[in-house]
Write a protein that binds this ligand. Structure first.
Ligand SMILES: Cc1cc2nc3c(=O)[nH]c(=O)nc-3n(C[C@H](O)[C@H](O)[C@H](O)COP(=O)(O)OP(=O)(O)OC[C@H]3O[C@@H](n4cnc5c(N)ncnc54)[C@H](O)[C@@H]3O)c2cc1C
Length: 281
């Protein structure tokens, strides 16, 4: 049962509180409330003191610069969707998450720290090599998102740390494909998500990134496989496709759950990879 909740006046205040007490940061609360729910009319059950952070001014920013995008941990999905500097493919992903009322509350930071393999923003953040700023009262560290998430619901966040900022490097891609497969078009949890990004120059692949969600304990992205396609002509890439797909098949190890079967997830993922590479034009 909840005993305490704390609403700090500033980020510094929040970090002091976190250094002194083992508590649970609450941003939009859209994951936490579901996890703690105990049925209609029954108060949700939290084992720790809650630390509200959604209102903190220091965490609201969205800055777009020449080198990348800096997103404060309290920036909501709606704020990102409304910001003109957010890339179209990222907006396409955000638009397919939940419904508007949830997006008004939910944060990008919450989606990351929740560390679900089905977290819809994660394939994009992995593909772009996003970095996370973690702050505690006495220190700051910056980690690639892929090093932050250790497995489903597991991160390397220390108890006294807050994720304060997400940094997404500026990259240009002229081929972009995103697919989210769910039970229905909107408001559904992901069975499989696929993001393919590529930069083609003079008929050759200058950069390529492929990331998949919901098909393994962590987001699937392989730099080794991507690197093998760099510098290849589009015809060469298409010729390589069956071998590339075979290598991804080893990394794609989905589970059966209420949303889908492992077999369906694997088949669909491999088809999405094939279609992306075959249609690189
Ligand atoms: C109806 C509904 C539909 C949904 N649809 C989708 C969907 O389509 N796709 C999808 O990916 N998700 C979906 N979600 C899940 C959820 O909305 C997202 O994961 C959202 O981004 C979580 O953000 P939040 O701010 O609400 O996180 P919270 O619930 O506040 O927090 C989530 C976790 O992160 C921690 N945390 C939050 N911020 C910080 C921080 N700054 N530093 C340290 N720890 C922090 C919290 O302690 C908690 O462990 C849905 C949820 C609901 C209720």
């Amino acid at each position: 049962m909840v005993t305490d909740a704390y609403r700090p006046l500033s980020l510094a205040d929040a970090l002091i509180f976190l250094a002194e007490q083992d508590c649970l940061p609450v941003a939009g609360g859209t994951d936490l409330m579901v996890q703690a729910a105990r049925g209609t009319g029954v108060r949700p059950n939290f084992e720790k003191t809650l630390l509200f952070i959604a209102h903190l001014q220091e965490l609201q920013h969205i800055h777009v610069t020449d080198t990348g995008i800096l997103i404060g941990a309290a920036a909501t999905l709606t704020a990102l969707l409304e910001h003109e500097g957010i890339p179209a493919v990222f907006k396409e992903i955000l638009k397919q998450m939940a419904a508007a009322p949830t997006r008004h509350m939910a944060t990008l930071a919450g989606n990351i720290v929740n560390a679900s393999p089905a977290g819809d923003t994660l394939p994009y953040l992995y593909a772009l090599d996003a970095e996370l700023v973690l702050r505690s009262r006495d220190r700051e560290r910056i980690l690639p998102v892929a090093d932050f998430i250790r497995g489903p619901k597991q991160t390397v966040r220390e108890k006294d740390e807050l994720l304060t900022e997400i940094r997404i490097p500026a990259e240009e891609f002229n081929i972009q494909r995103y697919r989210k497969l769910g039970q229905r078009k909107g408001m559904s949890l992901t069975k499989v998500s696929f993001l393919g990004l590529a930069r083609k120059k003079a008929g050759r692949i200058e950069d390529i990134r492929i990331a998949l969600g919901s098909v393994a304990p962590r987001i699937v992205r392989s730099r080794n496989i991507e690197e093998r396609m760099l510098g290849k002509s589009l015809t060469e890439a298409r010729t390589m496709e069956p071998l590339v797909r075979k290598d991804y098949a080893v990394l794609i190890v989905p589970i059966d759950d209420a949303r889908s079967t492992a077999q369906y997830r694997k088949q669909v993922s491999l088809r999405l990879i094939r279609d992306f590479i075959e249609n690189l034009k």
